[in-house]
Design a binder for this molecule. Structure first.
Ligand code: ZN
Ligand code: ZN
Length: 291
């Protein structure tokens, strides 16, 4: 191949982490499997996608139809082993049987190699393959394309192509199997009084009911709003509520809040369940330590 071959070799090294065969291959061997990584979005993983890949690979040489012999010629019986593929070597008293070094066990040699593939029976080519990524695939899944790998040598079958799925991180959702998780900030007033807020799903916005007296870290489950897995199970959307502290308050708003706090302080009821239990625990801690 000369210089061009070297460039191609580099592309191969970068794209494929496995599947390249090293060194000389024996005849009639199945082609190597190839692996190709594609990056898709969470939405594409959920809905499925058809992708067209250009795969650089070895393919059967069309000129010699993979035989490696020049058109009109045929591989001849090996003269060293007389077509047996094995030779006997006399070593002292012993006779050892060995794979024939001339034909590497094939029994045939190509005396008139095909000029297009130098007798290899296959050439490098860029092949366009359309791959259907099924709906519900997850990060790390592999989609197998039978026969999409390297061509076999001298009549061996083609290897397979494995498309490794890499799902890009999503700005809102995190996936756990078929469930989706997201964080939902709500105002202090909504958390206290309850109300409806809009939350995103992969199919658009929907309304989420926030119950009154909702605390930070409460998880609200929206059934069936997750991802439909390959096996057909549809997961849920789990919204973790985070109550936001208001910022940039005006003087008037701060005064209202101060009045509100004074009203809470003068009330006989318990308004802060977490603080109450926290102060109780601190009190017991100090009693146990005998401070
Ligand atoms: Zn050829
Ligand atoms: Zn031989």
């Amino acid at each position: 191949f000369g210089g061009f071959g070297d460039v191609f070799e580099d592309i191969f090294e970068n794209i494929f982490t496995s599947g390249r065969s090293q060194g000389r291959q024996s005849r009639g061997q199945r082609g190597s499997d190839l692996q190709y990584t594609i990056q898709i979005s969470l939405e594409e993983a959920a809905s499925g996608k058809q992708v067209e890949l250009t795969i650089p690979r070895h393919a059967a040489c069309r000129t010699c139809e993979g035989s490696g012999a020049k058109k009109g010629s045929k591989p001849k019986n090996c003269e060293t082993c007389l077509g047996m593929g094995q030779v006997r070597i006399q070593q002292g008293f012993f006779s050892i049987q060995q794979t024939c070094p001339s034909c590497h066990g094939e029994g045939k040699v190509i005396t008139d190699p095909c000029p297009d593939c130098q007798g290899q029976g296959r050439v490098r080519e860029s092949k366009k393959i359309t791959v259907k990524i099924p709906a519900g695939v997850d990060n790390g899944d592999r989609v197998r394309v039978g026969g999409g790998g390297e061509a076999g040598v001298h009549g061996g079958g083609d290897g397979d192509l494995y498309v490794l799925i890499n799902v890009k991180p999503h700005p809102i959702f995190e996936r756990n199997q078929s469930d989706l998780h997201c964080e939902v900030p709500i105002s202090f007033a909504t958390a206290t009084l309850g109300g409806n807020i809009e939350v995103p799903t992969l199919e658009g916005r929907i309304s989420l009911k926030i119950p009154a007296e909702t605390q930070t870290d409460k998880t609200l489950r929206l059934r069936g709003k997750g991802i439909k897995s390959i096996k057909g199970h549809t997961g849920d959307l789990l919204c973790r509520v985070v109550v936001e502290t208001p910022v940039n308050l005006s003087r008037e708003q701060k005064e209202l809040l101060t009045q509100f706090q004074e009203s809470l302080d003068s009330s006989k009821n318990t308004h802060s369940p977490r603080s109450t239990s926290w102060f109780d625990r601190v009190k017991h801690f100090f009693e146990d330590m005998k401070f």
